[in-house]
Design a protein around this ligand. Structure first.
Ligand SMILES: Nc1ncnc2c1ncn2[C@@H]1O[C@H](COP(=O)(O)OP(=O)(O)OP(=O)(O)O)[C@@H](O)[C@H]1O
Length: 229
C-alpha cells in the first residue's frame, strides 16, 4: 500500500466530527468538531473525565463510534490507523511491548534512535536495555520521542509528559516544536504550563463540547473550572 500521507512537503488537514459518545446514559462527547493541520501543535485540555482520551481513541480508530467522521483533506479515513503513514498514537498506558529493547523498538517504528534521542544524552547508554528495565519516566519519554520521530503525518499524544522530570519535559516540548515542521501534533496533558506555550490552537473539552480558546486562554480556563480562580 502506498504511503500517501507522510510527505512533509504536502500539507494535510485532519478533521474529526460527528463523534457522540455516552456511557450509562451520561453523554461524554456531544458536539465535536476538531481540526489539526500539519505544521501545527494542537492542545486539548479538559477536566478529569471530560473525554479527552476517548476522543483521541476515536480519532485514531481504536474505538468504533457510529457516525464518527474522521477525514484527511476531506476524505474519510475510518479507522485512521489503517491508512499507512497517516498517524500514530501514544495512549495513557504504555504502548510498546515492555520486553523490547529501545534499539529494537526504534527499528520497528523505522526511527533513527540516535537522531530521536540526540537531545537526551542520558538515554544513549540505554539503547540495548528493555523498556521494562527503564524508569517509568524514561520509558514514557522514549515512547513519546519514538512516535514523534516516526514518519507519520500526525501524532496523537495522551499525556506524553506524565512522569517525565521537568528538565526533560522542557526539552521534549522543544522537540515537539521542532518536529511540527514535519507533522501535526495533537497533545492532551495536564501540564498546561508546558503545553500552552507550544500550542498553535487550544481546545477545551467541556461538558461534551469542544471549545476553541482564543485570547486570554488562562482566564477562560479559570472560568470553565479547569484552573483554580
Ligand atoms: N469503557 C467505558 N465504560 C464506561 N465509562 C467509560 C469507559 N471509558 C471511559 N469512560 C468514562 O468516560 C469519561 C471520559 O473518560 P476519559 O478517560 O476520556 O477522560 P479524560 O478526559 O481523558 O480524563 P483524565 O484527564 O482523567 O485522563 C469518564 O467519565 C470515564 O469514566
Amino acid at each position: 500500500m502506498s504511503r500517501e500521507f507522510d510527505n512533509p512537503a504536502r500539507p494535510q488537514l485532519l478533521e474529526a466530527d460527528g463523534i457522540r459518545i455516552e456511557f450509562g446514559g451520561r453523554q461524554i462527547l456531544a458536539s465535536i468538531y476538531m481540526r489539526v493541520q500539519t505544521g501545527q501543535i494542537v492542545g486539548l485540555l479538559g477536566r478529569n473525565g471530560s473525554g479527552k482520551s476517548v476522543l483521541l481513541q476515536t480519532i485514531f480508530g481504536a474505538r468504533a463510534v457510529a457516525d464518527a467522521s474522521v477525514r484527511v483533506n476531506g476524505r474519510r479515513v475510518v479507522p485512521a490507523f489503517r491508512a499507512p503513514g497517516l498517524l500514530n498514537y501514544l495512549p495513557q498506558e504504555p504502548l510498546l511491548p515492555p520486553s523490547l529493547s529501545l534499539a529494537k523498538a526504534a527499528r520497528m517504528l523505522g526511527v533513527d534512535i540516535e537522531l530521536a534521542t540526540a537531545r537526551f544524552p542520558e538515554l544513549r547508554p540505554q539503547f540495548d536495555r528493555r523498556l521494562n528495565e527503564l524508569s517509568g519516566g524514561s520509558a514514557r519519554l522514549v515512547q513519546a520521542l519514538l512516535l514523534l520521530h516516526a514518519n507519520t503525518a500526525f501524532s496523537l499524544f495522551d499525556e506524553p509528559f506524565s512522569g517525565v522530570m521537568p528538565v526533560h519535559v522542557e526539552t521534549l516540548a522543544e522537540e515537539m516544536q521542532r518536529m511540527k515542521s514535519r507533522k501535526g501534533l495533537l497533545i492532551t496533558d495536564h501540564r498546561y504550563a508546558e503545553v500552552l506555550p507550544i500550542c498553535d490552537v487550544v481546545y477545551l473539552l467541556h461538558q461534551g463540547r469542544l471549545l476553541q480558546l482564543e485570547g486570554d486562554v488562562r482566564e477562560q480556563l479559570r472560568d470553565y473550572g479547569y484552573l483554580a480562580s
